[in-house]
Design a binder for this molecule. Structure first.
Ligand code: PLP
Length: 377
Protein backbone atom coordinates (compact mmCIF):
# COMPACT_ATOMS: atom_id res chain seq x y z
CA UNK A 1 0.00 0.00 0.00
CA UNK A 2 0.97 3.58 -0.49
CA UNK A 3 2.14 4.72 2.95
CA UNK A 4 0.44 8.06 2.66
CA UNK A 5 -2.90 6.40 1.95
CA UNK A 6 -2.43 4.09 4.93
CA UNK A 7 -1.92 7.10 7.17
CA UNK A 8 -5.10 8.86 6.07
CA UNK A 9 -8.16 8.25 8.25
CA UNK A 10 -11.71 7.57 7.06
CA UNK A 11 -13.69 10.84 7.32
CA UNK A 12 -14.96 11.60 10.85
CA UNK A 13 -18.37 12.42 9.36
CA UNK A 14 -18.61 8.93 7.87
CA UNK A 15 -17.36 7.33 11.11
CA UNK A 16 -20.02 9.12 13.12
CA UNK A 17 -22.67 8.20 10.56
CA UNK A 18 -21.90 4.51 11.21
CA UNK A 19 -22.58 5.10 14.93
CA UNK A 20 -25.91 6.79 14.15
CA UNK A 21 -27.09 3.76 12.14
CA UNK A 22 -26.82 1.62 15.27
CA UNK A 23 -29.07 3.79 17.47
CA UNK A 24 -32.74 3.04 16.98
CA UNK A 25 -35.16 5.98 16.90
CA UNK A 26 -32.42 8.61 16.62
CA UNK A 27 -33.09 11.78 14.64
CA UNK A 28 -30.14 12.57 12.44
CA UNK A 29 -29.11 16.16 11.70
CA UNK A 30 -25.94 15.02 9.99
CA UNK A 31 -26.69 15.07 6.26
CA UNK A 32 -24.96 17.42 3.82
CA UNK A 33 -27.67 17.19 1.23
CA UNK A 34 -30.82 19.30 0.74
CA UNK A 35 -34.06 17.49 1.58
CA UNK A 36 -35.64 18.69 -1.69
CA UNK A 37 -36.15 16.54 -4.75
CA UNK A 38 -34.27 17.33 -7.94
CA UNK A 39 -36.39 19.92 -9.82
CA UNK A 40 -38.84 18.28 -12.27
CA UNK A 41 -37.32 19.92 -15.36
CA UNK A 42 -33.94 18.41 -14.54
CA UNK A 43 -35.47 14.94 -14.23
CA UNK A 44 -37.29 15.35 -17.55
CA UNK A 45 -34.20 16.57 -19.37
CA UNK A 46 -32.21 13.60 -18.12
CA UNK A 47 -34.91 11.14 -19.24
CA UNK A 48 -34.95 12.88 -22.62
CA UNK A 49 -31.16 12.66 -22.84
CA UNK A 50 -31.38 8.89 -22.31
CA UNK A 51 -34.13 8.54 -24.91
CA UNK A 52 -32.05 10.52 -27.40
CA UNK A 53 -29.08 8.23 -26.73
CA UNK A 54 -26.93 11.01 -25.32
CA UNK A 55 -25.11 8.31 -23.42
CA UNK A 56 -21.70 8.40 -25.06
CA UNK A 57 -18.46 10.03 -23.86
CA UNK A 58 -18.61 13.79 -24.04
CA UNK A 59 -15.55 15.94 -24.69
CA UNK A 60 -13.14 15.80 -21.73
CA UNK A 61 -14.08 19.28 -20.60
CA UNK A 62 -17.80 18.49 -20.84
CA UNK A 63 -20.61 19.44 -23.22
CA UNK A 64 -20.18 22.87 -24.74
CA UNK A 65 -23.79 23.90 -24.02
CA UNK A 66 -23.29 23.40 -20.28
CA UNK A 67 -19.93 25.18 -20.18
CA UNK A 68 -21.51 28.08 -22.07
CA UNK A 69 -24.43 28.21 -19.60
CA UNK A 70 -22.09 28.06 -16.58
CA UNK A 71 -20.11 30.93 -18.09
CA UNK A 72 -23.35 32.95 -18.36
CA UNK A 73 -24.39 32.03 -14.82
CA UNK A 74 -21.03 33.00 -13.35
CA UNK A 75 -21.24 36.37 -15.10
CA UNK A 76 -24.40 37.07 -13.06
CA UNK A 77 -22.13 36.68 -9.99
CA UNK A 78 -19.53 39.07 -11.55
CA UNK A 79 -17.17 36.19 -12.35
CA UNK A 80 -15.77 36.01 -15.87
CA UNK A 81 -14.72 32.71 -17.38
CA UNK A 82 -15.44 31.73 -20.98
CA UNK A 83 -16.49 28.19 -21.89
CA UNK A 84 -12.90 27.11 -22.63
CA UNK A 85 -11.86 28.10 -19.13
CA UNK A 86 -14.42 25.70 -17.60
CA UNK A 87 -14.15 21.94 -17.08
CA UNK A 88 -17.11 19.79 -15.98
CA UNK A 89 -16.20 17.26 -13.29
CA UNK A 90 -17.68 14.31 -11.41
CA UNK A 91 -19.03 16.44 -8.57
CA UNK A 92 -17.02 19.11 -6.78
CA UNK A 93 -14.97 16.27 -5.23
CA UNK A 94 -13.33 15.29 -8.50
CA UNK A 95 -12.60 18.94 -9.21
CA UNK A 96 -10.76 19.27 -5.91
CA UNK A 97 -8.85 16.04 -6.48
CA UNK A 98 -7.82 17.03 -10.00
CA UNK A 99 -6.68 20.50 -8.96
CA UNK A 100 -4.64 19.34 -5.99
CA UNK A 101 -3.14 16.43 -7.98
CA UNK A 102 -2.09 18.78 -10.76
CA UNK A 103 -0.56 21.33 -8.39
CA UNK A 104 1.10 19.58 -5.48
CA UNK A 105 4.71 18.48 -5.60
CA UNK A 106 6.03 16.44 -2.67
CA UNK A 107 6.26 18.60 0.45
CA UNK A 108 4.74 21.68 -1.16
CA UNK A 109 2.98 23.68 1.53
CA UNK A 110 -0.74 24.29 1.26
CA UNK A 111 -2.70 26.59 3.57
CA UNK A 112 -6.01 25.05 4.54
CA UNK A 113 -8.65 26.55 6.89
CA UNK A 114 -9.56 24.80 10.12
CA UNK A 115 -12.33 23.91 10.74
CA UNK A 116 -13.12 22.92 7.13
CA UNK A 117 -14.48 20.28 4.80
CA UNK A 118 -12.23 17.29 5.64
CA UNK A 119 -11.37 16.34 2.04
CA UNK A 120 -8.93 19.26 1.56
CA UNK A 121 -6.54 18.00 4.18
CA UNK A 122 -6.86 14.30 3.38
CA UNK A 123 -6.37 14.75 -0.38
CA UNK A 124 -3.33 16.97 0.23
CA UNK A 125 -1.87 14.35 2.56
CA UNK A 126 -2.47 11.52 0.07
CA UNK A 127 -0.64 13.57 -2.56
CA UNK A 128 2.36 14.18 -0.29
CA UNK A 129 1.76 17.87 0.29
CA UNK A 130 2.45 19.53 3.63
CA UNK A 131 -0.71 20.91 5.20
CA UNK A 132 -0.47 24.17 7.16
CA UNK A 133 -3.73 25.06 8.88
CA UNK A 134 -4.96 28.61 9.36
CA UNK A 135 -7.42 29.43 12.11
CA UNK A 136 -10.40 31.75 11.69
CA UNK A 137 -11.86 34.63 13.69
CA UNK A 138 -14.19 33.82 16.62
CA UNK A 139 -17.16 34.20 14.26
CA UNK A 140 -15.43 31.89 11.71
CA UNK A 141 -14.77 34.72 9.26
CA UNK A 142 -11.42 35.04 7.52
CA UNK A 143 -8.53 36.30 9.62
CA UNK A 144 -6.39 37.97 6.97
CA UNK A 145 -3.51 38.67 9.39
CA UNK A 146 -3.26 35.00 10.25
CA UNK A 147 -2.98 34.13 6.54
CA UNK A 148 -0.44 36.93 5.92
CA UNK A 149 1.67 35.73 8.81
CA UNK A 150 1.67 32.13 7.60
CA UNK A 151 2.58 33.19 4.06
CA UNK A 152 5.39 35.46 5.29
CA UNK A 153 6.87 32.90 7.67
CA UNK A 154 6.58 29.75 5.58
CA UNK A 155 7.12 28.91 1.95
CA UNK A 156 3.42 28.59 1.11
CA UNK A 157 2.55 27.62 -2.47
CA UNK A 158 -1.24 27.29 -2.35
CA UNK A 159 -4.07 28.84 -0.39
CA UNK A 160 -7.41 27.11 -0.07
CA UNK A 161 -10.51 29.23 0.55
CA UNK A 162 -13.92 27.80 1.34
CA UNK A 163 -16.93 30.13 1.44
CA UNK A 164 -19.74 29.62 2.32
CA UNK A 165 -18.08 27.22 4.69
CA UNK A 166 -18.95 23.66 5.52
CA UNK A 167 -19.22 23.34 8.59
CA UNK A 168 -19.57 26.97 9.81
CA UNK A 169 -21.74 28.70 7.19
CA UNK A 170 -19.38 31.72 7.21
CA UNK A 171 -19.04 33.81 4.05
CA UNK A 172 -16.57 36.37 2.70
CA UNK A 173 -17.24 40.10 3.21
CA UNK A 174 -16.36 42.78 0.63
CA UNK A 175 -13.53 44.06 2.79
CA UNK A 176 -12.10 40.58 3.34
CA UNK A 177 -12.33 39.85 -0.38
CA UNK A 178 -10.45 43.05 -1.21
CA UNK A 179 -7.79 42.36 1.42
CA UNK A 180 -7.35 38.88 -0.01
CA UNK A 181 -6.99 40.21 -3.55
CA UNK A 182 -4.19 42.55 -2.40
CA UNK A 183 -2.49 39.66 -0.63
CA UNK A 184 -2.75 37.42 -3.70
CA UNK A 185 -1.28 40.19 -5.87
CA UNK A 186 1.72 40.55 -3.56
CA UNK A 187 2.53 36.86 -3.23
CA UNK A 188 3.51 34.07 -5.56
CA UNK A 189 0.68 31.69 -4.67
CA UNK A 190 -2.13 29.84 -6.38
CA UNK A 191 -5.55 30.11 -4.74
CA UNK A 192 -8.21 27.42 -4.87
CA UNK A 193 -11.62 28.80 -3.97
CA UNK A 194 -14.21 26.11 -3.21
CA UNK A 195 -17.66 27.64 -3.61
CA UNK A 196 -19.90 24.59 -3.57
CA UNK A 197 -22.55 26.50 -1.60
CA UNK A 198 -22.36 29.84 -3.41
CA UNK A 199 -26.05 29.66 -4.41
CA UNK A 200 -27.08 29.43 -0.75
CA UNK A 201 -26.10 32.79 0.75
CA UNK A 202 -28.38 34.97 2.90
CA UNK A 203 -26.29 38.12 2.39
CA UNK A 204 -24.18 39.79 -0.32
CA UNK A 205 -21.91 37.44 -2.28
CA UNK A 206 -18.20 38.19 -2.66
CA UNK A 207 -15.44 36.02 -4.12
CA UNK A 208 -11.77 36.45 -5.05
CA UNK A 209 -12.77 35.00 -8.44
CA UNK A 210 -14.47 38.34 -9.16
CA UNK A 211 -11.07 39.98 -9.60
CA UNK A 212 -9.64 40.19 -13.13
CA UNK A 213 -6.29 41.34 -11.71
CA UNK A 214 -5.49 38.04 -10.00
CA UNK A 215 -7.39 35.77 -12.38
CA UNK A 216 -4.22 33.89 -13.43
CA UNK A 217 -3.71 32.78 -9.84
CA UNK A 218 -7.25 31.62 -9.08
CA UNK A 219 -8.94 28.26 -9.54
CA UNK A 220 -12.68 28.34 -8.88
CA UNK A 221 -14.50 25.13 -7.86
CA UNK A 222 -18.25 24.63 -7.66
CA UNK A 223 -20.97 22.24 -8.72
CA UNK A 224 -24.59 21.26 -8.81
CA UNK A 225 -24.86 18.81 -5.90
CA UNK A 226 -26.22 21.39 -3.45
CA UNK A 227 -27.82 24.03 -5.68
CA UNK A 228 -30.05 21.49 -7.47
CA UNK A 229 -30.13 18.87 -4.71
CA UNK A 230 -28.47 16.35 -7.03
CA UNK A 231 -25.68 14.94 -4.88
CA UNK A 232 -25.96 11.45 -6.39
CA UNK A 233 -25.85 12.67 -9.98
CA UNK A 234 -22.23 13.74 -9.57
CA UNK A 235 -21.69 16.86 -11.60
CA UNK A 236 -19.51 19.83 -10.72
CA UNK A 237 -16.96 22.07 -12.42
CA UNK A 238 -13.81 24.10 -12.02
CA UNK A 239 -12.79 27.25 -13.84
CA UNK A 240 -9.34 28.79 -14.33
CA UNK A 241 -7.10 30.52 -16.87
CA UNK A 242 -6.17 28.64 -20.07
CA UNK A 243 -2.60 28.28 -18.87
CA UNK A 244 -3.67 26.32 -15.78
CA UNK A 245 -6.48 24.52 -17.62
CA UNK A 246 -3.99 23.03 -20.09
CA UNK A 247 -2.37 21.12 -17.19
CA UNK A 248 -5.42 20.40 -15.02
CA UNK A 249 -7.39 18.84 -17.84
CA UNK A 250 -4.71 16.17 -18.29
CA UNK A 251 -5.39 14.85 -14.79
CA UNK A 252 -9.15 15.03 -15.32
CA UNK A 253 -8.83 13.18 -18.63
CA UNK A 254 -6.79 10.33 -17.21
CA UNK A 255 -8.99 10.09 -14.09
CA UNK A 256 -12.51 10.02 -15.55
CA UNK A 257 -12.46 10.94 -19.29
CA UNK A 258 -15.57 13.03 -18.74
CA UNK A 259 -18.42 13.60 -16.29
CA UNK A 260 -21.59 11.53 -16.78
CA UNK A 261 -23.29 12.68 -19.98
CA UNK A 262 -26.86 12.38 -18.65
CA UNK A 263 -26.07 14.43 -15.54
CA UNK A 264 -24.47 17.14 -17.65
CA UNK A 265 -27.70 17.55 -19.65
CA UNK A 266 -29.62 17.66 -16.37
CA UNK A 267 -27.38 20.39 -14.94
CA UNK A 268 -27.78 22.37 -18.17
CA UNK A 269 -31.56 22.33 -17.81
CA UNK A 270 -31.17 23.30 -14.16
CA UNK A 271 -29.28 26.46 -15.03
CA UNK A 272 -31.73 27.28 -17.82
CA UNK A 273 -35.01 26.84 -16.00
CA UNK A 274 -34.65 25.93 -12.32
CA UNK A 275 -33.01 28.93 -10.66
CA UNK A 276 -36.48 29.88 -9.33
CA UNK A 277 -36.59 26.54 -7.46
CA UNK A 278 -33.17 27.39 -5.99
CA UNK A 279 -34.44 30.73 -4.72
CA UNK A 280 -37.38 28.99 -2.99
CA UNK A 281 -35.06 26.42 -1.44
CA UNK A 282 -32.77 29.19 -0.19
CA UNK A 283 -35.69 31.05 1.43
CA UNK A 284 -36.81 27.85 3.16
CA UNK A 285 -33.25 27.30 4.44
CA UNK A 286 -33.09 30.83 5.81
CA UNK A 287 -36.35 30.36 7.75
CA UNK A 288 -35.11 27.07 9.18
CA UNK A 289 -31.76 28.60 10.07
CA UNK A 290 -33.55 31.37 12.00
CA UNK A 291 -35.61 28.75 13.85
CA UNK A 292 -32.47 26.78 14.80
CA UNK A 293 -30.72 29.94 16.05
CA UNK A 294 -33.78 30.88 18.14
CA UNK A 295 -33.93 27.44 19.76
CA UNK A 296 -30.17 27.33 20.44
CA UNK A 297 -30.36 30.78 22.06
CA UNK A 298 -33.29 29.66 24.22
CA UNK A 299 -31.43 26.52 25.28
CA UNK A 300 -28.42 28.69 26.16
CA UNK A 301 -25.96 27.31 23.61
CA UNK A 302 -23.52 29.85 22.12
CA UNK A 303 -23.83 30.10 18.38
CA UNK A 304 -22.75 32.37 15.52
CA UNK A 305 -25.47 33.22 13.00
CA UNK A 306 -24.31 31.61 9.73
CA UNK A 307 -24.65 33.59 6.49
CA UNK A 308 -24.71 30.70 4.04
CA UNK A 309 -24.76 26.96 3.26
CA UNK A 310 -27.11 24.89 5.47
CA UNK A 311 -25.09 24.22 8.60
CA UNK A 312 -24.81 25.73 12.07
CA UNK A 313 -21.72 25.25 14.22
CA UNK A 314 -22.62 25.95 17.86
CA UNK A 315 -20.08 25.89 20.67
CA UNK A 316 -20.33 23.10 23.23
CA UNK A 317 -17.20 24.17 25.11
CA UNK A 318 -19.08 24.97 28.30
CA UNK A 319 -20.08 21.33 28.77
CA UNK A 320 -16.43 20.32 29.33
CA UNK A 321 -16.49 17.32 27.05
CA UNK A 322 -14.75 16.59 23.77
CA UNK A 323 -17.05 17.06 20.78
CA UNK A 324 -16.90 13.31 20.12
CA UNK A 325 -18.01 12.55 23.68
CA UNK A 326 -20.74 15.20 23.64
CA UNK A 327 -22.16 14.01 20.31
CA UNK A 328 -21.95 10.34 21.31
CA UNK A 329 -23.87 11.04 24.54
CA UNK A 330 -26.37 13.26 22.71
CA UNK A 331 -26.93 10.38 20.31
CA UNK A 332 -27.23 7.63 22.93
CA UNK A 333 -29.07 9.54 25.67
CA UNK A 334 -30.86 12.25 23.69
CA UNK A 335 -31.43 10.31 20.46
CA UNK A 336 -30.23 13.17 18.25
CA UNK A 337 -27.25 12.91 15.92
CA UNK A 338 -25.00 15.87 15.13
CA UNK A 339 -21.45 15.68 13.76
CA UNK A 340 -18.60 16.30 16.27
CA UNK A 341 -16.64 19.44 15.38
CA UNK A 342 -13.37 17.50 15.57
CA UNK A 343 -14.37 15.78 12.29
CA UNK A 344 -13.55 19.11 10.61
CA UNK A 345 -10.02 19.49 11.95
CA UNK A 346 -8.25 20.45 15.16
CA UNK A 347 -9.87 23.86 15.41
CA UNK A 348 -13.32 22.26 15.14
CA UNK A 349 -12.91 20.80 18.64
CA UNK A 350 -15.41 22.32 21.08
CA UNK A 351 -18.17 22.59 18.47
CA UNK A 352 -20.72 20.40 16.72
CA UNK A 353 -22.22 20.65 13.25
CA UNK A 354 -25.98 20.76 12.87
CA UNK A 355 -27.38 20.40 9.37
CA UNK A 356 -30.80 21.96 8.85
CA UNK A 357 -31.60 20.04 5.67
CA UNK A 358 -34.63 18.67 7.48
CA UNK A 359 -38.35 19.49 7.70
CA UNK A 360 -39.74 21.87 10.33
CA UNK A 361 -41.31 18.93 12.23
CA UNK A 362 -38.03 17.02 12.41
CA UNK A 363 -36.13 20.11 13.52
CA UNK A 364 -38.71 20.90 16.23
CA UNK A 365 -38.52 17.37 17.63
CA UNK A 366 -34.71 17.34 17.43
CA UNK A 367 -34.41 20.62 19.35
CA UNK A 368 -36.92 19.43 21.97
CA UNK A 369 -34.72 16.39 22.50
CA UNK A 370 -31.54 18.48 22.57
CA UNK A 371 -33.13 20.77 25.18
CA UNK A 372 -34.09 17.79 27.38
CA UNK A 373 -30.62 16.28 27.03
CA UNK A 374 -28.91 19.55 28.02
CA UNK A 375 -31.09 19.71 31.18
CA UNK A 376 -29.62 16.39 32.31
CA UNK A 377 -26.00 17.64 32.16
N1 PLP B 1 -16.81 21.21 -1.11
C1 PLP B 1 -17.53 21.34 0.00
C2 PLP B 1 -17.28 22.51 0.89
C3 PLP B 1 -18.49 20.38 0.36
O1 PLP B 1 -19.18 20.51 1.50
C4 PLP B 1 -18.68 19.28 -0.51
C5 PLP B 1 -19.66 18.24 -0.18
O2 PLP B 1 -20.24 18.17 0.87
C6 PLP B 1 -17.92 19.19 -1.67
C7 PLP B 1 -16.99 20.17 -1.94
C8 PLP B 1 -18.06 18.02 -2.62
O3 PLP B 1 -19.18 18.15 -3.42
P1 PLP B 1 -19.71 17.01 -4.37
O4 PLP B 1 -20.71 16.21 -3.62
O5 PLP B 1 -20.31 17.72 -5.54
O6 PLP B 1 -18.55 16.17 -4.79
Amino acid sequence: MNKRVKNVQISGIRRFYEKVQKVEGAISLTLGQPDFNVPENIKKSMIKAIEENKTTYTSNAGIEELREEISKYLRTCSINYNKDEICITVGGSEGLYVILSALINEEDKILIPSPAYPAYESISNILGGTVVNYSLNEDFTLNINEIKKKIDEQNIKYLLLSFPSNPTGAILSKEQRDDLISLIKENDIIVITDEMYSAIIFDEYYSVAQSEEVKEKIIYVSGFSKIFSMTGLRVGYFACSNKLMKELIKVHQYAVSCATSISQWGALEGLKSCLGDVEKMKNTFEKRKNYCIKRLNEIGIDVVDPKGAFYIFPSIKKFNMSSEEFCTRLLKEGKVACVPGSAFGDFGEGYMRISYCYSGDILTEAFNRLENFIKTL
